[in-house]
Design a binder for this molecule. Sequence first.
Ligand code: PHE
Length: 467
Amino acid sequence: MASDKVSIHGAWASRWVFILAATGSAVGLGNIWKFPYMTGVYGGGAFVVMYLFCIALVGVPIMLAETLIGRRGRQSPVNAMKSLAIEAGASKHWSLAALMGMVAALLILSFYSVVAGWSLDYIIGMGRGDFTGISADGAGAAFGGLTSDPWRLTLWHSLFMLVTAFVIAKGVVAGLERSLRIMMPLLFVLLLVLLGYSFTTGHFREGFDFLFHFDPSKVQDGILAAMGHAFFTLSVGVGSIMVYGAYMPKKASIGATVLTVGLLDTLVALTAGLALFPIVFAAGLEPGGGPGLMFVTLPIAFGNIAFGQVMGLIFFVLVAVAAWSSSISMLEPAVAYFVEKTGRSRAQVTAALALLCWLVGMGTVLSFNLWAEAKFFVFAEDGFHLLQWGAEGGKTFFDSIDYLTSRILLPLGGLSFAMFAGWVLSRDAVREELSIRSPLLFNLALWLIRVVAPIGVLIVFIAELSK
Ligand code: PHE
C-alpha cells in the first residue's frame, strides 16, 4: 500500500505539526499585505465575497486533493504524481501539472522575497523610531523612499532569500516547528491589537462596510483576481501543500486538518482587512492604492499609539516570519524534486534554486524604480508588444509575474490536481487516504473535488474571458 512509505525528506511528528506547517505556508504576505490591497483595488465587498466562495468551493477541496496525493505518493509532487499515475494505469504526463506548479512556486518566491524584504526594512525603521507621530503623507513618502532605492531593495531581498535558503538546506521538518509554535499565535494577537486601534479611529463602520458591502455590479471586475487570490493565500495549485502532505503521518485525518488550515487562513486575512481599512479611511488614504497599502497604513497606526514603536517592531518581525514560513514552502517542492532526481545534497540544490529565484527577483526590485516604465504584454492600437518602454497599458515585471502565477498557473495547477485526485486515483484510494468515516461526508468531499472545484475554476475563466 502506497501510504506505508515514508518520505526521504523527513516526516512531521504529528498531525499538529502538519497543521502548523501548512498554516505557516498559507498565512503570509498573502493575508496581511496582498488581501487588503487587492480588496482595495477591486472595490471591496464584491471581491471579498467571491474570495470567500472560492476558498470554500475551490480552494479547500483542492487543498484536500493535494494533501491526499502527497501523502499517498510520499515524494516530491512531480514524482508522487508520476508514480501514482503509473500505479493507476494512467499517463505519467499528469506529473507535468506538478512540474508547472513547481515553476510557479519559484516565480512566486522571486517577488515574495522582495516584498518580505520591505518588512525587514520596516523592522529597522520601527526600531529607530522613524514613524513616531507620522502623518499619512510622511508614511507615503517613507514607502516611496524605500521602493525607489534599488540598492536598499536588493539588500533586503538578498538577505531574505539567504535566510529562506538556510532553513531549507537544513531540512524543513527540523526548523519550522519550534519557531512557528510561538510566532503564529503572536502574530494573530498583534493583529487583534491593531483591530482594537481601528475601533478607536472613528471609521470602523466605514472600513467594515467597505469589506462586506456586496455590490453585484462589481463581481465581474475582480472574479479571476479573487479566485487567483484564493489559490495564492491557501498555497494551493503549486504543490506546496502536496509536498507537506508527503511528510504527514499516516493516521492523521486529512479532512479535519485541511479545514482547520483553511479557516485559520481566512480568519487572519479578514482580521487584517478589518484592522487596515478603518485606518485607511481615517487617514484619508485611497483604498485602491495598490501594493503599498499595508506599508503606508500600518506605520500611521503604530506611529500614533502608546507603545507603538515596540509593537510595530514586533509586528514587522512577525510579518517577516510569516513570510519566511511561506517562502520555505515555495522552495520545498523543487528542492525535494531535484534531490530525488540528481541525488545531490539538499544544500547544493537549495543554493542553486535560491540563486535562480534571487536573479528573477531582481526584475521585481527594478520594476519599482529603474524599470518602472518597462511594460510587458502591451495590447496597443498598433498591435501587441511583449515589451514597450513607457506604454500606457501593460504590466511591469512584478505585475506580469504576479498575474501569470496567481491568475493562470495556480488555477490551472489546482484544476489538474483536483482532476487527478478525483478521476485518476481510484475511489478506494481516496477513501483510504481521507479516512472520513461517514459515507455522506466522504461523498460530499469527493463531489467537491471531482465536480465542484473543477467547474468552479472553469466558470471563473469563462467569466473573465467574456468580460
Ligand atoms: N499562501 C502564501 C501567502 O498567503 C503564499 C504562498 C503561495 C505560499 C504559494 C506557498 C505557495 O502568503
